[in-house]
Design a protein around this ligand. Structure first.
Ligand code: HEC
Length: 169
């Protein structure tokens, strides 16, 4: 199998804010409309989360499907196990273009490409405002099929346009 491909999607020129109204909007999106919490929180808390529990998005959801075993990473600002070392641009690019911080393509679990700059800033600002939680999530592991999909370009960066073609919300 040739080496994994990486892509040069642009880094959106956005920066997190410390404004409490912006953070509150991001929290609302992460636990509500954009449901980041459905995947970026421990699976054994599912019922409590369904019932409105709000906890740091420390990762934990795991799904095994033919292309691999997918794990939703820790999105709290912890420096080693979370997003502490990611730039705002890297986080924004992951949401808008489905490109991971290391340049590899993300599998299409997150159909947020059409999110507005304003909402993207709100979400990133909220993520940065969380308590840092040390919780090491192993990276997703790709099967032969998953690696082939990534290497041969079936899984590639998305744009708002391709997202519309797929008919996603
Ligand atoms: C359906 C489940 C699901 C939902 C909902 C979801 N994510 Fe994810 N997320 C994942 C998975 C799985 C990965 C890792 C995918 C992979 O390894 O290819 C991921 C990866 C990421 C990454 C990439 C980190 C990196 O390594 O660069 C970021 C950032 C992220 N998610 C943020 C969010 C935010 C913010 C939301 C809500 C707006 C959200 N996610 C909603 C499942 C989800």
């Amino acid at each position: 199998m040739p080496g994994e491909r990486t892509f040069d999607a642009p880094y959106p020129d956005l920066a997190a804010s410390q404004d409490s109204a912006v953070i509150a909007r991001g929290r609302y999106l992460a636990f509500g409309a954009a449901h980041c919490v459905s995947c970026h929180a421990p699976m054994d808390k599912f019922e409590e989360l369904e019932n409105g529990l709000q906890m740091p998005l420390m990762g934990g959801w795991e799904l095994e499907i033919p292309p691999g075993r997918f794990r939703a990473p820790n999105l709290t600002p912890d420096m080693e196990t979370g997003i502490g070392k990611f730039t705002d641009g890297e986080l924004a690019r992951a949401m808008r273009y489905s490109v991971k911080h290391d340049g590899s393509p993300l599998f299409p679990f997150m159909p947020f490409q059409e999110i507005s700059d304003e909402d993207l800033v709100a979400i990133i600002s909220f993520l940065r405002s969380q308590e840092p939680i040390k919780n090491k999530i192993q990276p997703s592991e790709y099967s032969f099929l998953g690696r082939a999909l990534r290497t041969f370009g079936a899984i590639k960066p998305e744009t708002p346009k391709t997202n519309r073609q797929l008919g996603w919300p």
